[in-house]
Design a protein around this ligand. Structure first.
Ligand SMILES: [Cu+2]
Length: 416
């Protein structure tokens, strides 16, 4: 009733508004029939608001039906079985399609690295792939690897949160000589379990690495010793084999180079360079493991843990030959790696020497996940010769070309 009156006052003319203490009778008088009919109507309204039992029941029933419909609709779209215990504070990549049957384990696999687990921040100019020193114990070369979560610059302005061996991405280079007896002690400081696989090596099954298949997972704070004799020579690598979909995508890999005991039948070369490929998904300050699925595609690409223009430049002289060891340490794409300035010769594939009769020359080689190609390229002329992936999107940084390239690009700088 009061509200009704006020709204009428607002609509009234200025004279009416100025009446300081207008009483009901005055209003009735001035407004005549209109006010009278309003009072009459108000009395009817108060009678009408007195709901009947049937009406109350109808409203309650309708409310329940709508509530149930809302719940049923939600349940068909999202998974209401997931609890905080299943996924914790997991942060999912923007764009990931989460369906009602997406289990908590899938979400944890794709979740961002939790910044609270970072235990070390590498200097912005730090490089990975540093040769790992060993110690000799009873004729065995002993190496130590420790996994942890670090912050790592792939560009001066772009820092990822990665999983690292010995606080570097890629992990340290393990360089052996054919015939070496080796023990590698892996200590796990990650917030989750891990293992290590020695990719391509002939070794005892219990030291091969697949989690839950050939060994128990190395839990947080625990260690496991891998022991083998290096029976082969060539370009190999090591990587996690516990949730590699997540852990390898976040940086758990490193080169394993075994030098031959006696010289191999490959063309001579003057210098060598190892290239380890990687794909990153970095959004809104979080690092997600890059995956070939909705919302999981990478937006940064690195050679040895750096995106161009932060990748190395290799200096050469005209006439020199370089052996480049390509390692498909990445998880998702086959990268057609191309070198400008003339073809190269493929001399080794997956750690096996290519016989001279089978050697071919190419200028682009497809390096798939897990593959290795050793090529020898000759510096035929002076200048800056590009080495890059031939999927142009992989030579951008977050889809931006920078100083003429980006991502999987580096320069072979040849001087007279
Ligand atoms: Cu590529």
């Amino acid at each position: 009733m009061q509200g009704h009156n006020q709204s009428h006052m607002k609509k009234g003319d200025a004279d009416e508004m100025k009446i300081p203490a207008m009483d009901h009778s005055q209003m009735q008088h001035k407004d005549g029939d209109r006010m009278g009919s309003m009072d009459h109507g108000a009395m009817d309204l108060s009678a009408a608001t007195r709901a009947t039992g049937a009406q109350k029941f109808a409203w309650a029933f309708l409310s329940l039906v709508l509530l149930a419909a809302g719940l049923i609709f939600s349940a068909t779209v999202v998974n209401l079985n997931l609890s905080a215990r299943d996924v914790g504070g997991a942060i999912m990549p923007p764009g990931m399609i989460m369906l009602r049957d997406t289990p908590g384990d899938a979400m944890l696999d794709m979740a961002a690295v939790d910044p609270r687990h970072v235990s070390y921040t590498a200097p912005a100019n730090a490089k990975g792939d540093n040769e790992l020193q060993s110690r000799i114990e009873n004729g065995v070369k002993v190496f130590d690897l420790t996994t942890s979560v670090i912050k790592w610059n792939i560009l001066p302005y772009e820092q990822v949160m990665g999983y690292a061996f010995n606080q570097q991405i890629p992990g340290p280079r393990i360089r052996l000589t054919e015939g070496d007896r080796v023990r590698i002690i892996v200590t796990n400081d990650l917030p989750e379990s891990t293992t290590v696989h020695w990719h391509g090596l002939i070794l005892p099954n219990q030291f091969d690495g697949p989690a839950e298949i050939t060994q128990a997972q190395i839990q947080t704070g625990q260690s496991y010793s891998y022991e083998f004799v290096a029976q082969q020579a060539g370009t190999f690598f090591y990587h996690t084999h516990d949730h590699p979909d997540r852990q390898q995508a976040l940086g758990l890999y490193g080169a394993l180079i075994i030098d031959p005991r006696t010289p191999q039948a490959i063309p001579a070369y003057d210098l060598e360079y190892t290239i380890q490929l990687q794909e990153w998904l970095e959004r809104e300050g979080y690092t997600f493991p890059a995956m070939l699925m909705e919302g999981g595609l990478p937006n940064f690409f690195t050679i040895n843990g750096k995106a161009y223009p932060s990748t190395d430049t290799v200096n050469m002289k005209v006439g020199q030959k370089i052996r480049i060891r390509f390692i498909g340490s990445n998880n998702n794409f086959i990268h057609p790696m191309h070198i400008h300035g003339g073809p190269f010769t493929i001399v080794e594939t997956d750690g096996n020497i290519v016989p001279e009769s089978a050697r071919i020359q190419k200028d682009t080689v497809n390096v798939g996940p897990g593959e290795r190609y050793d090529v020898i390229w000759e510096a035929r002329g002076r200048g800056k010769w590009l080495l890059h992936c031939h999927i142009p999107h992989h030579t951008t940084n977050n889809n931006v070309e920078e100083q003429g390239a980006g991502g999987l690009t580096m320069i072979l700088n040849v001087t007279p």
